[in-house]
Write a protein that binds this ligand. Structure first.
Ligand SMILES: [Cu+2]
Length: 125
């Protein structure tokens, strides 16, 4: 077999291997979606706030807090993780008055990195 034909065979094999390789097992978590969404204005209180990450997060040390414009924490301190979707965490809230609220979160990624962030939403009937 000459050199050219070996290259012709090996190249597609390398590309195919790369395509079939699993994604890194330990991913860094990034918030990809929430309900309410960042800076969203909604007309009535949500029953809970939901956050979704790009990958499952660890079950330990997860935290979600909803804070009103006076700085008071108003969620029910009951953060939970989706039973079948480890990338989903949520916390319930009581019936919230109109106003602007901040959602703060902290999770531990599968890669062990701590990920924190915050964003706001507004309730305006
Ligand atoms: Cu990371």
């Amino acid at each position: 077999m000459n050199k050219l034909s070996i290259t012709k065979i090996i190249k597609p094999a390398v590309i195919l291997t790369a395509l079939l390789s699993p994604l890194p097992a330990f991913a860094h978590a990034i918030l990809v979606k929430s309900q309410p969404a960042k800076d969203e204005t909604i007309s009535q209180s949500p029953k809970q706030v939901d956050l979704w990450f790009n990958d499952a997060v660890r079950s330990e040390y997860k935290a979600v807090a909803v804070i009103d414009s006076a700085g008071k924490r108003v969620d029910n301190h009951d953060v939970a993780q989706g039973l079948t979707d480890g990338s989903h965490i949520y916390a319930t809230v009581p019936n919230l008055a109109p106003g602007t609220y901040t959602i703060r979160y902290r999770v531990v990624s599968e890669d062990t990195h701590i990920v924190t962030g915050k964003f706001e939403f507004t309730i305006k009937p």
